[in-house]
Design a protein. Structure first.
Length: 345
């Protein structure tokens, strides 16, 4: 049974390749490399006693296919993450080439000439944005399924159990509200808190140039996607705990992407998806980064839905009406006698 599950999931991952626009041998090579990665990962998983033992613990009648898939996805880097890694690597590569070309042209001609490979930079940026859009759509589908499951649970419960369900959601939401404030990505407050808490510096001594050098981990004079996301991880850690039984990695990924996009919106003025020291210092002077309304996370949106009793009742009522309409359709006589009354909403 275990081996059949592994085979099914391996085949599913290998054959279900999401589309990221772009043509040529480069894209096909990425797909082929990833297929090879999955095949090798599956072999490693097959031979790993600890992983196999963990999988065996999931083999109970109460676990459904979605749980197997979640376990599998936690053991492997999913395709969108692997694609992102490759795109970011390519972006860093072509940006480095562009910088070298710019320096060379400037030295030889006495003026900065637009490098020919700027088109390659823009292509990599566009691919990353398309991947962000793909992941956002996947997250929206995930949320829609979760909401449908919540409505289904609510509909099937008797009234007293529904009250308990709402109470539980409200208690969880109350816990979430006790967390530290999640700052606007790239805001003056977010960066100063990072300076103080992460770097161990006095808040009053905040210096943009020093801050930049601290977060420019490779010292190349630019903040890359990975370096920006590293700065934002402190905000994500306020919300998400991988040890929490209700931790949802898709929510964290969604928030990471949204935070990074907002940060780049503030500082990446030339659209190459890198932040130079000049862009960083000028960005900190803008009025936009002085605003710091609390950032609304994916977890906040989930709490708002789950604690909205009126909305749950409305959706449950709609679902009940659809069920009743389906029951009134012509059916076999034997099926009507075994039906169970649905609780009234």
């Amino acid at each position: 049974m275990i081996y059949l599950v592994l085979i099914f999931l391996t085949v599913h991952c290998i054959t279900s390749v999401p589309t990221v626009s772009g043509t040529g041998d480069e894209e096909q090579e990425e797909i082929n490399n990833y297929k090879h990665y999955l095949e090798q990962a599956a072999k490693s998983l097959h031979l790993d006693p600890q992983t196999m033992a963990s999988l065996k613990t999931l083999m109970t009648d109460s676990i459904n296919a979605a749980d197997y898939i979640r376990f599998w996805n936690s053991s492997l880097r999913d395709l969108s993450d692997e694609t992102k890694r490759r795109i970011v690597e390519k972006l860093v590569e072509v940006h480095s080439q562009q910088k070298s070309q710019s320096d060379s042209d400037s030295e030889s001609l006495g003026s900065k000439k637009k490098p020919s490979n700027m088109e390659l930079v823009q292509k990599a940026v566009n691919r990353l944005r398309e991947l962000d859009s793909l992941q956002e759509k996947q997250y929206e589908e995930h949320v829609a399924k979760e909401k449908a499951e919540r409505v289904k649970q609510f509909l099937e419960l008797p009234e007293e159990k529904r009250a308990e369900m709402i109470k539980h959601f409200k208690e969880e939401a109350a816990k979430h509200r006790k967390r530290p404030k999640v700052h606007q990505p790239g805001s003056d407050e977010q960066l100063k808190e990072y300076w103080e808490k992460q770097e161990g510096m006095e808040r009053e001594t905040f210096n943009p140039r020093t801050m930049f050098s601290e977060i420019d981990l490779d010292g190349d004079g630019y903040l890359s996607v990975e370096e920006v996301e590293a700065v934002l991880q402190r905000e994500l850690d306020k919300v998400y705990d991988t040890k929490d039984p209700e931790f949802d990695p898709l929510e964290e990924k969604y928030d990471r992407n949204k935070m990074r996009q907002k940060f780049m919106e503030h500082y990446d003025t030339d659209g190459d998806y890198f932040v130079s020291l000049d862009e960083f210092t000028k960005g900190l002077e803008s009025a936009a980064v002085k605003e710091d309304d609390e950032w609304k996370t994916a977890q906040d949106e989930e709490d708002m839905f789950e604690t909205n009793e009126a909305e749950l009742r409305r959706l449950a009522s709609e679902a009940q009406q659809k069920q009743q309409a389906h029951v009134t359709e012509p059916s076999h006589p034997s099926s009507s006698s075994s039906s169970t009354p649905t609780p009234k909403v």
